[in-house]
Design a protein. Structure first.
Length: 302
């Protein structure tokens, strides 16, 4: 098979591992910086050009689209879809997962457990917004934030009010969520491939840090999921339309709660924590799934 790995940063561990896994399975692999692609939109023969060469004859695409270039990256994936090339994650699925509000709304509609969440832009009823999610302590998130950036824990009503008003002054869209104290600054990263969780780890925040992101000094260790957690992770990825996804779950007193679904989950932390070859699992899945003739999104209802 002829693979394209779409990534703007070839030096990243995840990018290198995907290229390595594709080639170790005996396939041809091309690493493509999607930002440098340009496209011809045509009814009968849409094309993509990269470094002056037409991209032709590809059997499968593995998108690794960054948050900073979501719009253009998903446009390139969509163009491959127009060319009838199998994309392990479709353009709509990537766009859904990248939009935090849309993700929460879809997951809620599917009956998947979530932290109680409020959404606002310029509301003057700050007290009502705070009380809607059960009052302080609560977590306030910038809608466009990634890797824990733009996430604030406010422990009192006054602090919550001040942060919300500050974000409102920046003309920012925000999510306000209940704080799950029993999670104790940890969460579960479940790596879903197809209809299975192929690896899972518990991430713990650094001392004094409620965010568990490894980029912020958190630690990780392999963890055995409960059947309910495993089912929740698979259902969440499927709700987004993702064939490959990272699902972040909190353990709460009333069951697993999904915090986020990531369409380009990193491989370094989970492969090192679990000693599992997640990259190879992705390639093996693509080998089988691409033969089924499925070229579009898993779920086109949202």
């Amino acid at each position: 098979m002829k693979f394209a790995v779409l990534s703007q940063r070839p030096e990243l561990y995840s990018t290198q591992r995907m290229v390595e896994a594709v080639r170790s399975r005996g396939h041809e692999c091309h690493l493509i910086d999607y930002r440098r692609c340009y496209m011809k939109i045509a009814t009968h023969r849409p094309t993509i050009t990269y470094d002056g060469q037409l991209l032709e004859g590809f059997d499968a695409v593995i998108p690794r689209i960054s948050a900073a270039h979501s719009s253009y990256g998903t446009a390139v994936v969509r163009q491959f879809e127009m060319m009838n090339v199998y994309c392990v994650n479709g353009s709509q699925a990537i766009a859904r997962a990248r939009d935090k509000l849309r993700s929460m709304q879809i997951l809620a509609k599917k009956g998947i457990g979530l932290p109680l969440t409020g959404y606002a832009h310029t509301t003057l009823d700050v007290d009502g917004l705070v009380e809607m999610v059960g009052g302080a302590p609560l977590v306030i998130k910038l809608l466009e934030g990634t890797q824990g950036i733009g996430v604030v824990l406010t422990e009192t009503h006054n602090a919550a009010t001040s942060v919300i008003e500050a974000f409102r002054g920046l003309d920012a869209n925000i999510l306000v969520q209940e704080f799950i104290a029993e999670a104790k600054g940890s969460d579960l990263r479940c790596f879903v491939v197809g209809d299975k969780v192929v690896a899972s780890m518990m991430r713990k925040g650094a001392p004094g840090e409620f965010r568990s992101n490894l980029h912020r000094g958190g630690s990780a260790e392999a963890i055995k999921l409960t059947p309910e957690e495993r089912s929740t992770a698979v259902r969440a990825a499927k709700a987004m339309g993702l064939r490959v996804g990272g699902v972040d779950i909190l353990r709460s007193n009333h069951g697993p709660l999904v915090m986020e679904v990531n369409s380009s989950p990193g491989l370094e932390g989970i492969e090192k924590a679990t000693s599992k070859d997640v990259a190879e699992a992705i390639v093996k899945f693509i080998e089988k799934d691409s033969e089924s003739g499925r070229r579009g999104d898993r779920n086109l209802n949202h």
